[in-house]
Design a protein around this ligand. Structure first.
Ligand code: ATP
Length: 284
């Protein structure tokens, strides 16, 4: 089965600073680096590295082709990424060198300029049983999942960052919901019931170094995390989701898919970086 991922693509700019800037202060940075970011792009890279056939649906500025080279290298199909005049989404991440605390300025840019026709055209090639995936960092997420559902696709939703109204509008259409502990708590508050009572076909709640819980058609499961020395957990959740869904797209059971996802995420957290730290299936 193919995965159609409508998702964000960001340029992440990282600046290490001697302290977080105060209002009005001009501050010299100690170092600078940049990389591919955005939950959508990260999940597409993880899906492809996890062995899935994945089409990314998104938008970047036409001059930023070089920034999505990592997606191409991973094997993501970029046919449905529009290249336009709106600036590519970006995040300016300022990190206090002493404490590790950060400040993040996020500009959605092209991630909020996706068009109906682009989305509809991308789904023309989809067949019943394929997977549609989205997160909350672009426009058109709800319309995409509704259109995909009407075409018989299976729906995977990564409810991050959590937006209550979007979740309530979509939850009845979702086949697989993957959230972290914090998002699960927000959803539980919004629905007024604990995760095991949400009644979803498949629900996975990840809990960092502890492991991940599952409730759904395959019962109730807990998959403990691998014991590793984590150095940077940014993108662990996206890696987990990508490998989980890649396995499911090839017909694996939930417990098989969770075991592979846990292994992949445990490798990713032992490396610095986000998309570039995602392992290939062969490394597992
Ligand atoms: P992030 O926001 O950091 O990308 P998240 O909050 O979405 O992640 P987590 O629940 O923190 O998601 O982690 C997802 C999965 O990654 C976990 O279920 C686990 O399999 C793996 N993982 C995360 N942190 C660790 C760790 N310290 N050691 C081993 N595995 C980890």
């Amino acid at each position: 089965m193919t995965v159609f991922n409508l998702g964000s693509i960001n340029l992440d700019y990282f600046y290490k600073v001697p302290h977080l800037p105060k209002p009005g202060e001009t501050l010299g940075a100690l170092s600078f680096s940049q990389g591919l970011g955005g939950k959508g792009a990260n999940q597409s890279v993880a899906l492809a590295r996890g062995g899935a056939e994945v089409y990314h649906i998104g938008q970047i500025h036409k001059d930023d082709e070089a920034h999505i080279a990592l997606m191409a290298q991973a094997g993501v199909d970029l046919t449905h990424i529009a290249r336009g005049d709106v600036p590519t989404g970006h995040a300016i991440v300022v990190i206090d060198d002493a404490s590790g605390e950060n400040q993040i300025l996020l500009m959605a840019g092209a991630n909020h300029a996706l068009t109906d026709s682009q989305m509809t055209k991308a789904l023309e090639g989809a067949k019943a049983g394929d997977w549609a995936l989205t997160q909350n960092e672009t426009n058109l997420g709800e319309a995409f999942l509704k259109t995909a559902k009407s075409k018989g696709l299976q729906i995977c939703y990564s409810a991050a960052p959590f937006v209550k109204d979007k979740l309530l509008a979509l939850i009845d259409d979702v086949d697989l919901l993957v959230v972290n502990e914090g998002e699960a708590a927000e959803i539980a508050a919004a629905l007024g019931k604990a995760p095991e009572a949400w009644g979803l076909p498949h629900l996975v709640v990840t809990k960092g170094a502890q492991g991940a819980y599952y409730w759904g058609k395959e019962g109730a499961l807990f998959q403990p995390s691998e014991q590793v020395k984590a150095v940077d957990t940014t993108g662990a959740g996206d890696t987990y989701l990508g490998f989980l869904l890649a396995q499911l797209s090839h017909g694996a059971s939930i417990s098989q898919a969770m075991a592979i996802a846990s292994k992949a995420a445990s490798i990713q957290v032992t490396r610095f970086g986000t998309a570039d730290a995602i392992p290939a299936l062969a490394e597992l």
